[in-house]
Design a protein around this ligand. Sequence first.
Ligand code: MCA
Ligand code: AMP
Length: 495
Amino acid sequence: MTELSLIARARSHGDSIAICSAAGEFSYADVLARSADVAAALLVGESDLAEARIACLVPAGFEYVAAQWGIWRAGGVFVPLSLSATEPELEYTLTDSQAQCVLVSRELAASIDALCSRLGLRSLIIEDVAESADPALPNVASGRRAMILYTSGTTSRPKGVVTTHSNIEAQITSLIEAWEWQPDDRIPLFLPMHHIHGIINILSCGLWSGATVDTFPRFEMATILDRIAADAWSVFMAVPTVYVKLIQAIEDLPDDARQQVVDGFAGIRLMISGSAALPSSVHETWSALTGQKLLERYGMTEIGMGLSNPYRGERRPGAVGQPLPNVEIRLKSESGEVISAEGEPGEIQVRGPGVFSEYWNRPDVTDSSFDDGWFRTGDMAVVEDGYYRIMGRQSVDIIKSGGYKLSALEIETALLDHPAIAECAVVGVADETWGEVVSAAVVVRSGQNLDLDSLSEWCRDRLSHYRIPRKLLVVDELPRNAMGKVTKPAVRELF
Ligand code: MCA
Ligand code: AMP
C-alpha cells in the first residue's frame, strides 16, 4: 500500500518524541497508532472517506495531530476550526465546507454541541475514540484534496483555500531544505492551529523531520520565557507581535533573569518571523538584545511560503529575501508587464507545486485569482540589491493584526447589524504591537449613542476577539470621493 509521505516517514522516526505537551510525551509510533484509531472511527465501515470534509476543534497537541493524520489516512479533508471563533463564525465554516463530521476535544465539546445538533452534524469526541487493531485504511493518492483553510480577503466572507497532499508536501519540503530542519530540532508551537504558520511551518515541518514539537494552548509569556531560559529549543517561529511583546517582557525582567533569557535566545540555531511585516526597528532591537538575526520570510495561505531571507547569508532587516526552493515568483506592473528591473514595484505573483488548487466551491474566484497560471497575491513588492521588499497590499480592505488576516468588509457587515449604526467604515490603523489594529468610523442613527465598550460587548458573540474594533470614531459623515464612494485612505486619516 502506498502511504502519504508524512505518515511513511513517521514510521522511520518510531520511538522518537514527536509531541510534548502538558498531557505528556508522545512518540511518532504513538501518533501513528492513535491516528489509525481516529481513521477507523471516522470510516465506520466505509473503505474511504472520499474527500468528505471533517472539521476539527482540538487544541494543539497529540490529539490534534491524531485528528489531522487520522482524517488524512481515512481519505478525508481536514478542516481545522479556530478555537476563538464565535458560534456564527463556526456555523459559517461548517456550512460552507459542507462538513460531514466534527472531531472535537472533550474540553470544547460543550461549546459546539448545540450548533452540531442544529446543523444535524455528527460530532465525535476525540478522547472517546476507541482503540482499533490495525484497521484497513485506503490508499490516498497525493493529488487528492487534503485540507481547507479559511482565509479572509476582499470578499466579505472568508474563502476556503483547498490544498492537496502534494501541495502540502511541496510546501513542507521547500522549508525543510531552505531552513535545514534536522531530526534533533525542537520547536515550540503556541500559534493558532487553523493557519499555515502553525500547521505547516511549525508542526508539519517538525514532524516531517523527526523533530520534537512542544505544544502550548496559547502564547503564554511566563511559560515561554522559563523554557527559553532552560535552553529548550533549537528553532523558534513567531509573528512580529510576539517579538514586540518579548522585547517588552525581557526589558522588564530583573537583571539576572534577563541574562538567562537572553542567553537562551542567543543559543537558538534559527529564529524566524513572518505572517506580517517585521519592522526594521524590531529586527534591530532583537539583534542588539540577543545577538540573533531574525530570518524574515513571506507567505500566504494560498501559496505556503514564497520568499525567505537565507539561512546562511545576509538576513536583511525590512526585506523578505528571495524565492524559496520550488517557488517561482514574478512581479507584474499595474500596466500588466512582467518586471525585470530592480527598483520597480509590482504585484507578487507565484507559481509552483505548493500553490493551492482552488477556493472551495468558488470556481469563478479561483479563475480570477490566477494570471496565466500565476497566483495573484495582491501584495506589492520591489527588488532591491537582489532582495524582495514587501511594500504593502493592493487592497485597503485587508487588515493584518497580530498576524491574523482580517477582512474589513466582513467586520463592516457585522457592525451594520448593530441597531445604533447607520453606516460604517473599517480600516487597519498602524500599531507598534499589533501591526495594525481594527478601527471603525461609524455614523450613528439619530438619537443613538455608541461607545467602544458597548460596541465591543455587542461584538463578542459575533466576531473573534482579534476582529473586534479597538478604536471607534463616531462621525457625522464618512469621507467620500466625487462618485460618492467611501474613501478608506481618508477614513484612516481620521484616526
Ligand atoms: C488580542 N488583543 C488584541 C488583538 N488580539 N488587541 C488588538 N488587536 C489584536 N489583534 C487583546 C485581547 O483582547 C486581550 O485584551 C489582549 O490583547 C491579549 O489577548 P490575547 O489574544 O491573549 O493575546 P496574546 O495571547 O498575547 O496573542 C497575541 C498573539 C496572537 C500570540 C500574537 O494574536 C497570535 O497567536 N497571532 C498569530 C496569528 C497567526 O498565526 N497568524 C498566521 C496566519 P484584554 O487583555 O483587554 O482582554 S498564516 C499567515 O499569515 C501566512 C501563511 C504566513 O505568512 O504565515
Ligand atoms: P494569510 O492570508 O493569513 O495567509 O496572510 C498572508 C498575508 O500576510 C500576505 O498576503 C501578506 O500580506 C502578509 N504577510 C505574510 N508575511 C509577510 C511579511 N514577512 N511581510 C509583510 N507581509 C507579510
